[in-house]
Write a protein that binds this ligand. Structure first.
Ligand code: DQA
Length: 148
């Protein structure tokens, strides 16, 4: 069992970036919390952030050969633009949950469309950093190693 958590562009700035929108936790804080929860469940968890679309595509492609069985992805702005990320997720056929810290549906209309949502197992928006934890707990209880 191996879960991969992917963070897209500008999420390296969490904590200082528009804290009224994205909260005060840093990406390191969020990742540490996820690794702790995964560790308690004795499930392998890898985290990766990039500001580069191609690097995220490469990471998704690599996941297939690493036995990753679930992906949690906040593609950030690439959510709204990237056919390449959608195609990469389809190519590896690894089930995934899409997470957004903010409620994208009460923001600008260009954030309402996602290239990933209709291919996702689920989508969590607006719950802040807890959204990642909720996605992870879902993966641990409903996905990894269990048939549902
Ligand atoms: C985001 C929402 C996106 O619209 C935005 O571009 C981000 C972060 C979120 O987590 O709320 O960078 O994915």
């Amino acid at each position: 069992q191996h879960i991969l958590v992917l963070h897209g562009p500008n999420l390296n700035l969490l904590g200082t970036r528009e804290p009224q929108v994205y909260g005060r936790q840093s990406l390191d804080d969020i990742n540490a919390g996820l690794l702790r929860v995964a560790g308690e469940a004795q499930v392998r968890c890898s985290v990766f952030q990039s500001n580069h679309e191609g690097a995220l595509v490469d990471r998704i492609q690599a996941a297939a050969g690493e036995g990753v069985d679930f992906i949690i992805i906040n593609a950030a702005a690439y959510t709204h633009t990237s056919v390449a990320l959608r195609d990469a997720l389809a190519a590896v056929a690894i089930p995934f949950v899409e997470v957004h810290l903010s409620n994208v549906h009460k923001r600008e209309s260009f954030r309402h469309h996602s290239y990933l949502s209709d291919a996702a197992q689920g989508v969590i928006v607006g719950l802040g950093a807890y959204g990642y934890e909720a996605a992870l707990r879902y993966a641990l209880t409903h996905q990894c190693g269990s048939s549902f």
